[in-house]
Design a protein around this ligand. Sequence first.
Ligand code: DC
Length: 228
Amino acid sequence: MKKLIIAIDGPAGSGKSSIGDMLAERLGYAHISTGSIYRAIGWKAHQCGISLADVPALVHLIEETTIEFRRNADGSLAVVLDGNDVSHAITTNEAGMFASTVAAIPEVRTGLLSLQRQAGKNGGVILDGRDIGTVVFPDADAKFYLDASAEARAKRRFLQLQEQGREANLEQLIHDIKKRDFDDSNRAVAPLRKADDAMPIDSTNMSREEVVNTMQEYIDRLSDRAAS
Ligand code: DC
């Protein structure tokens, strides 16, 4: 069976990561959250004391940085930055805000494009992000646009952070998510938007299983159509 490239785009907290993991497990595919690439760069810049507005310094930083994905024993992918596993460090809300800031810079996006295309080129992969179906893989075999209300998304993040034993403030998370939606949707380059040929899914009132089932049915229909 053909190994597909599957794109899942959508705003912060729409469930792309957990849904991507579940779908990947069902299909036996790899799943890459491309936000982790922007998070890793934003996080490293912050650690190095580089201003997130200093474009030449960020471009230089990208040139001398390696980002790899290493498979953990449980099948998930670790984000390895310059040889160190930063998967945990980059999941903070703060790292998400850094990521959103650097992701608005065209030179940063260009610098990180080939890494994403390289990671997906052999198929058998699910990539989630903001511009996978529009820019990174406009010819992806299946595209989804996952959304949910800002309040539902903030609540999910809140529970996730609590589970990890991290401090969380729901009001602050709602505020941050709305700001990130605005910034991600209004930037000049590769703004967050649904690809014309993406299937929209509003998960506000859906369980994860229901979302994954909807995606799988769509993929099965595509595969049946390709086979007939
Ligand atoms: O999905 P996430 O929350 O980990 O993404 C962090 C930020 O990275 C997000 O606010 C916008 C940016 N991003 C992007 O611009 N393009 C992508 N393909 C993925 C993420």
